[in-house]
Design a protein around this ligand. Structure first.
Ligand code: NDP
Length: 448
């Protein structure tokens, strides 16, 4: 059995019931095969792939808190410190009922390569909890966040591990978490990113993932002789990533016509009204049906299992920005049949392996999330730099750096794919480019 197959088999055996983690490892190892096989003996002798697929540390803890009715609730908290070869652990916290250790491990594993691709000195980590902030009062969210941080604080620090937001963790949650960290540690340091502007946050962090997605997509199209201008774009999700992807797509002259949330989706042939979308999702935290109620040109569709949702709409470019495995083989077939020629992932692993393969085989330009959504973590790293300098940069400065980073990421993965004989395979290019830097650093640091 080849070294790659052997390590993958061990990952499956040692991590039962963690399908998302298996999926993420499989995708990465498959595309590294050519690199590993060129130097198999050396990698095998130093057990590099085993060390890469076993987290440096997993922290799991209970999170007790009291709800508004006086009832004690208990949730499961996690922080996976996956790899610190190139910098302090960095990666978001996800608060969602679906969170479990396997999901956090898949996200932490992906984060290693994503962070490496940014070119910035940040290692890979991820955390979260099966707590659902939806429908909770602000006091309940605060009580939960304070309890979560009362355990997490001892494992993180500005030079150790710097969490950020993810699904269910926005400005409100980061504020409560930061307040509790400062209270316990009595230090004012950049231990979290995504902070508010009045207490160490970076301008453009809120917009960064969505904007970065579009900067990279525009570059990918340009390098393939196409232009985002006047293209019809299908977006899924209606959260942080989706909203700012839609906004930047419009600024670049594209026409996003869809968005979705966990209960339904919108088709607005006149183009999504971003101000209205923000009001419904960011201010009122309401369902998308409220968007349709206020916008005569929009159709609202309830989410139904087995239907293609936003992917049934004819488009040139698709940007999945909601959650993992939301675009399956049937959706990929619908996109290809409708003439879609580019897919760039805003979410983490939103496209299943089968769907990715189908898109690639049918000539669709496909950029994986670890490259195309890296703008969020890159700007988080810029927030860390500003915190260390005790300075704040202007929106334009941060945005210009973000744009440079995204363009650079695309060229790095494009070149890596070409160098290893897989021109146009941006999944392989991203994995290889991300891996080589981390592997080199691990090699230099000895057996740790
Ligand atoms: P948000 O919580 O802000 O938004 C998530 C959106 O997706 C919401 O509209 C939510 O619906 C919808 N959604 C969640 N689960 C499902 C589901 N099962 N089916 C359909 N819709 C769903 O999260 P973000 O926008 O921050 O994150 C989205 C994705 O992007 C995630 O995969 C995250 O890991 C990734 N990402 C985020 C980064 C960031 O900077 N925020 C950085 C890099 C990656 P509802 O409104 O009903 O909750």
């Amino acid at each position: 059995m080849s070294y790659v197959d052997d390590v993958y088999a061990k990952v499956v055996e040692k991590n039962p019931a963690q399908p998302e983690f298996h999926q993420a490892v499989k995708e990465v190892l498959e595309s590294l095969r050519v690199v590993i096989e060129a130097n198999e003996e050396e990698y095998k002798k130093s057990a590099l792939l085993e060390r890469l697929t076993i987290p440096e540390r997993i922290i799991q803890f209970r999170v007790p808190w009291v709800d508004d009715a006086g009832q004690v609730q208990v949730n499961n908290g996690y922080r996976v410190q996956f790899n610190s070869a190139i910098g302090p652990y960095k990666g978001g916290l996800r608060f969602h009922p679906s969170v479990n250790l396997g999901i956090i491990k898949f996200l932490g594993f992906e984060q290693i390569f994503k962070n490496s691709l940014t070119g910035l000195p940040i290692g890979g980590g991820k955390g979260g909890c099966d707590f659902d902030p939806k429908g909770k009062s602000d006091r309940e969210v605060m009580a939960f966040c304070q309890s979560f941080m009362t355990e997490l604080y001892r494992h993180i620090g500005a030079d150790t591990d710097v969490p950020a937001g993810d699904i269910g963790v926005g400005g409100r949650e980061i504020g409560f978490l930061y307040g509790q960290y400062k209270r316990i540690r009595n230090v004012y340091e950049g231990v979290l990113t995504g902070k508010g502007l009045t207490y160490g946050g970076s301008l453009a962090r809120t917009e960064a993932t969505g904007y970065g997605l579009l900067y990279l997509t525009a570059e990918m199209l340009k390098c393939n002789g196409k232009d985002i201008k006047d293209k019809t774009i299908c977006v899924s999700g209606a959260g942080n990533v989706a909203i700012y992807a839609i906004q930047k797509a419009q600024q670049l002259g594209g026409k996003p016509v869809t968005c979705s949330d966990s209960t339904g989706w919108i088709y607005d042939p006149e183009g999504i009204d971003v101000a209205l979308l923000k009001e419904v999702k960011e201010v009122k935290r309401a369902r998308l049906s409220e968007y349709a109620a206020k916008r005569p040109s929009a159709e609202y569709h309830e989410k139904k299992n087995g239907e293609h949702g936003v992917w049934s709409v004819k488009c040139d470019v698709a940007l999945p920005c909601a959650t993992q495995n939301e675009l399956d083989l049937e959706d990929a077939k619908a996109l290809v049949a409708n003439g879609c020629f580019a897919v760039a992932e805003g979410a983490n692993m939103p496209t299943t392996l089968e769907a990715t393969e189908y898109l690639q085989k049918n000539g669709v330009l496909f950029c994986p999330g670890k490259a195309s959504n890296a703008g969020g973590v890159a700007t988080s790293a810029l927030e860390m730099s500003q915190n260390s300098e005790r300075l704040s940069w202007t929106f334009e400065e941060v945005d210009a750096k973000l744009q440079g980073i995204m363009v650079n990421i695309f060229h790095n993965l494009d070149e890596a794919a070409k160098k290893y004989g897989m021109e146009g395979n941006y999944v392989a290019g991203a994995n290889i480019a991300g891996f080589l830097k981390v592997a080199e650093a691990m090699k230099a640091q000895g057996i740790v």
